[in-house]
Write a protein that binds this ligand. Sequence first.
Ligand code: KL2
Length: 630
Amino acid sequence: MIASCLCYLLLPAARLFRALSDAFFTCRKNAFLAKSSSPQVDGDFAMAPRGPDQEECEGLLQQWQEEGSSQALSTVSEGLLVDKGVAESSLAHLMDNPGEQDAASEDKWSSRQLSDLWAAENLEESFPEVLGGEPLPEVEGPMWAEVPVQTGPQYADCAVLPVGALAAEQWEEDPAVVAWSIAPEPVPQEEAPIWSFEGLGQLQPPPVEIPYHEILWREWEDFSTQPDAQGLEAGDGPQFQFTLMSYNILAQDLMQQSSELYLHCHPDILSWNYRFANLMQEFQHWDPDILCLQEVQEDHYWQQLEPSLRMMGFTCFYKRRTGCKTDGCAVCYKPTRFRLLCASPVEYFRPGLELLNRDNVGLVLLLQPLVPEGLGQVSVAPLCVANTHVLYNPRRGDVKLAQMAIFLAEVDKVARLSDGSHCPIILCGDLNSVPDSPLYNFIRDGELQYHGMPAWKVSGQEDFSHQLYQRKLQAPLWPSSLGITDCCQYVTSCHPKRSERPAGWAEPVIEEDISEPEPDFPRTVGTIQHCLHLTSVYTHFLPQHGRPEVTTMPLGLGMTVDYIFFSAESCKNGNRTDRRLCHDGTLKLLGRLSLLSEEILWAANGLPNPFCSSDHLCLLASFEMEVTAL
Ligand code: KL2
């Protein structure tokens, strides 16, 4: 009975809702496109962008919910669909019935269903790899394009993933498909954005930028008039202002390998060409001065992203993950605003160390801000920009902490002045750890007592307390052979042998030789520290909604895992939650693009959706640096 109810009522109803939902957002998007009056936001956000007409959006959504779906709703008059709103139906349905849409789902790999010990210890390894036997394109360019790819025996059996094919015919009658295929006007060649690809798929990239933030209520929060800890408002004296975006753009390969996470999405919005056009429009709309990307697939980077971003005025650096992984991190900056002082790719993979056998990477740049001519003899401190994507595996907090230790050591080395202090630092990326988790608190507080802590607790992603076997963190967390102290500094940086660094700055490329064991150095018992004073741009809570902020939404479950941390001095006697307001001196936070709640994203059918082409939201912040007269 229940089964037939599911088959004959819930399933068709949910599909209809999903189609209506996509159609609604598609039409809404096209309505905005037709209006095409979106303001181009100034690079340095002297003015806050025009806020969305929230009432209009809510009204439309409500109207659609009431008119468009009341009939269908009557068949499922009770339960989750009604409680959470019709637009969420496809997500809700998938969450309640995992695997139902896919007969082969038993074969599908899902971390949350793997409970045996092998899986617990090797979750990432079980993640199938895609290379398809095709050699990656030869790359030219930045200095580390030559960095040899790890080709240890553990990668010998990288296999081609049998990607579960989404049933295309299932979508043929979908109103969203119809809406898409009629609505966008053809793009005149001369007006086509640089990232248009003629004939590369059935969907034309939309002709103008998509103000999706107006539909999804992303607002610019302006703090520029708030006094800082010393009572100074922004703009007293000459200042250097810039914006920085951090964005996990969802590598196509990873998406295809975990296709079960995206069953709620219309296949067309998952195509790379569609997503690429949307992502480029998002970059163009917000026009940051610095762009930190994660999950950048190497072929997409060299063939599309780098050329397009270069045409937008960016200089880009890229570091691919080690092993067979096809994605990596990119940091791009406007050479009109900054000059490169040094760039350090960071690999966390260390042969022979079980703790560091994962392929995650980071990228650290040191940038010299360029002040406009006419200010006379002035100076601005260099800015250290560090971008990383930390291991996902929720059970391996020990690995995440060790990766973070290497990353912090690199940042310390690049940003350290000869007097031991640091230039302003922005540390951002996807840390695969939630706010208030031990890893998060370690970055913010500069100290973590980890001894005896279950490894799964470190990131706070999932609760594994019910499991019998729980890996515990033991002191020391990493071996001394790594050459990193418990203060997350390279031993060589603590006892500098090479004092010829120019003007106190680090060398561009660090080659840590761990084959020769470092001399013994003292280790603390069960505690790690770092001496970068960092605080988060976001507070992880939306006071006006009374709900947590969300940066990603796997299977409809919203959480924050992406961050922009920046150098800040903590207030004496300061309340911890107010630390963002306590910064002063070198970096001042001027504003940020608000994040969203899980509920709002549910109403857009989760992530990705027709407007947001990643499973993460972008983070965007505006800063000011002091310019001192010489
Ligand atoms: O959480 V992520 O997505 O920042 O959005 O980072 C990782 C995950 C990315 C790189 O490893 O791949 C995704 N289940 C779901 N997603 C996974 C899994 C998994 N078991 N492993 C990796 N990813």
